[in-house]
Design a protein around this ligand. Sequence first.
Ligand SMILES: Nc1ncnc2c1ncn2[C@@H]1O[C@H](COP(=O)(O)OP(=O)(O)O)[C@@H](O)[C@H]1O
Ligand SMILES: [Mg+2]
Length: 312
Amino acid sequence: MNPGQFFASSRVLIVAGKGGVGKTTASATLALAAARTGLSVLLVEVAGRSATAPMFGADAPGYEESVVYDEADHGSVRCRSITPDDALVEWLTNHGFSRIAKRMARSGLLEIVATATPGIKDLLVLGRIKALESEGVADLIIVDAPAAGHAIQFLQAPVGVRDTARTGVLNRQALEVLEMLDDPTRCRAMLVSIPEETPINELIETAFAVEDEVGLALGPVVINGILPRIEGLDAVEAPPDLTADEAADVQLAAALRRDRQSLQAEQLDRLETQLPLAQIRLPQLFTTEIGLPELIELADAAITSIESLDWS
Ligand SMILES: Nc1ncnc2c1ncn2[C@@H]1O[C@H](COP(=O)(O)OP(=O)(O)O)[C@@H](O)[C@H]1O
Ligand SMILES: [Mg+2]
């Protein structure tokens, strides 16, 4: 599939997955890949951290938005984070309560409201994302969602609030968010995992929960940390210039790598049979930190993967 078409098919991509599988890295990778097809991308972090900006080689932004990538002939990536407190202040400001908004946030009112209405914090964040989508602030908004268990809770918040607050502004806010989540041209979820048994099981569970319980359409899954194939790994004999000890070490290392690769391949096959979703595969990079050069490598891999997708 044409990557430009792929990234233009939904205005919001919610990237979710178990913690530690590379969800934030995948969000940044998809943002960069989309920008390289010419789109203006807004990358949103909701966990109250700013982990993506450094991957683009930029300073971490606060609540304010900052441009982290803007190349000639490409699109751009802006980063920002959204917290429930910020979302509440913005919501109040946009609804004519600007004078009291800051005071309310500072007074801890949000905590009181949040205790009375479960799900309201997540709803505020999703409501802010919906507002950004409606305003058309970017061609594509990519959201680095909370980790898996909480991702379902996060996405179910509008249903909960809609059913508790039967009328009024909260009810309307919930309905507006649900309308966005129900429309695949506006919003899709992309789940991230690594090719290992437990994370793949959780991915499959989360996928069914997202579709059945939240009614959110799923895009392709992102499988991160794929071991690159090594030339000559299957050689029976070690190179002739090695001592016997060195040759034994090399063969042991090769055997370990072959084992891990075949375990990964098994999990990828299993995923293919148990979850009928296309896969975007990202390689395991052997670096201590992801910076812009690494992110470009991952984005190129994502684009190659998308080009070979048969997905609509
Ligand atoms: N494909 C990859 N190659 C190398 N390192 C990676 C890759 N994906 C993620 N990492 C590293 O793994 C760690 C966890 O990734 P992160 O994206 O923060 O995970 P999550 O958001 O799911 O908790 C980070 O240190 C990140 O740099
Ligand atoms: Mg993260």
